[in-house]
Write a protein that binds this ligand. Structure first.
Ligand SMILES: *Cc1c(COP(=O)(O)O)cnc(C)c1O
Length: 363
């Protein structure tokens, strides 16, 4: 029998009564936009991450866009980021007329290489946006130190894949000026549609973000600034609230499965994405680096093990972004993109399924 790449149905079965009760409550009270579940979720996420403020929003992409808007990013500005990420990271920079400045990645973690950032800082640099790829934070201390050195450049963590991860004991989303996450269904903490959240401990920024979320209103029909329709709806907040009850267990499961894969694969000398000792990954993806990916994917398919590639092409080699930076400027991203391959990962994976996946990789 085929192993699901991410087992959302099994997760739903395990939480069905709580989720249905939460949904029914919203349907009955009728406050479908900015209902009580929105505040309840924001309070719980503040307690979980340790950040002072949480602003739930329509998606992870909206979280990133609104964060750049709140920081006043405008045409001519530069934002330093990684080319080895989902398109949304760079897309929002371009949407505001600013320029993504791509910095190459580390070959072992696939996260932005912090030691290459400083050379790319100019007086136009208005933000640095590292991505916590595959669920593992980048070198945030080093990145925050560079940002501080050049006049407190704001740092936005794209934590769309890393909610629940930690860095030196602190939670992802609370590691820099702003943290942005996504509740897209397949992320470590997902809803049943689109959703996301922005975290910050800066009171003024939080206020601006709350205004931007509702078309720039500081009071009803007082539009102080240009904003967006960026709310997360009450039903999706209710679903995340139900899933939060089991989230700690799921994170522990994901870490245990990731570590088991690591052990079994290290014995077989298969190259894999590495995790640093001072942080935990939530393994949004479990990713290996194949010598011949096409062949390996076919082999695994024959064993009924599905695979996925995140990401086959770095952003600076994509038609929409290739004019910004040549592939030769980010050789590691180009190389790694040819080999990365993710295997099934979810808290529901049984030991025998994990063994089957490792066996298939071995063969
Ligand atoms: C998923 C993802 C996003 C976008 O999140 P959505 O909720 O789908 O808009 C942004 N950045 C990264 C790194 C992602 O993985």
């Amino acid at each position: 029998m085929s192993i699901p790449f991410i087992d959302l149905k099994a997760q739903y079965q395990a939480l069905k009564p709580q989720i249905q009760e939460r949904i029914n409550r919203v349907l009955e009270h009728g406050q479908y936009i900015m209902g009580p579940e929105v505040k309840e979720l924001e309070d719980k996420l503040v307690a979980y991450t340790g950040a002072k403020h949480c602003i739930t929003v329509a998606s992870g992409t909206e979280a990133l866009l609104m964060s750049l808007m709140a920081l006043g990013i405008k045409p001519g500005d530069e934002v330093i980021t990684t080319p080895f990420t989902f398109a949304a990271t760079a897309e929002v920079i371009v949407l505001l007329g600013a320029k993504p400045v791509f910095v190459d990645i580390e070959p072992d973690t696939c996260n932005i290489n912090a030691s290459l950032i400083e050379a790319k800082v100019t007086e136009r640099t208005k933000a640095i946006m590292p991505v916590s790829l595959y669920g593992q934070p980048a070198d945030m201390d080093e990145i925050n130190a560079i940002a501080k050195k050049y006049g407190d450049i704001p740092v936005i963590e794209d934590a769309a894949q890393s909610f629940g991860a930690t860095y030196k004991g602190k939670k992802s989303c609370n590691l820099s000026t702003i943290g942005c996450t996504s509740f897209f269904p397949s992320k470590p903490l997902g809803c049943y549609g689109d959703g996301g959240a922005i975290f910050t401990s800066d009171d003024a920024l939080a206020q601006v973000l709350r205004e931007i979320r509702v078309h720039g209103q500081s009071a009803r029909y007082v539009h102080t600034r240009v904003g967006v329709g960026g709310r997360m709806d009450t039903l999706q907040c209710a679903i995340v609230l139900a899933k939060l009850e089991r989230f700690e267990w799921e994170v522990a499961q994901r870490i245990a499965i990731g570590e088991r894969y690591n052990q079994l694969l290290d014995q077989k000398a298969i190259q894999r994405v590495q995790q640093r000792g001072d942080r935990t990954s939530v393994f949004a993806q479990y990713t290996v680096i194949a010598k011949n990916r096409t062949e390996l994917q076919q082999r695994l398919a024959q064993c009924d093990v599905p695979t996925a590639v995140h990401y086959p092409i770095p952003l600076n080699e994509q038609p929409a972004y290739q004019h910004l930076c040549c592939p030769e400027c980010t050789p590691v991203a180009s190389m790694v993109a040819n080999g990365v391959m993710s295997v099934p990962m979810s808290a529901e994976l049984s030991q025998s399924q994990q063994d089957r996946i490792v066996e298939a990789l071995r063969s």
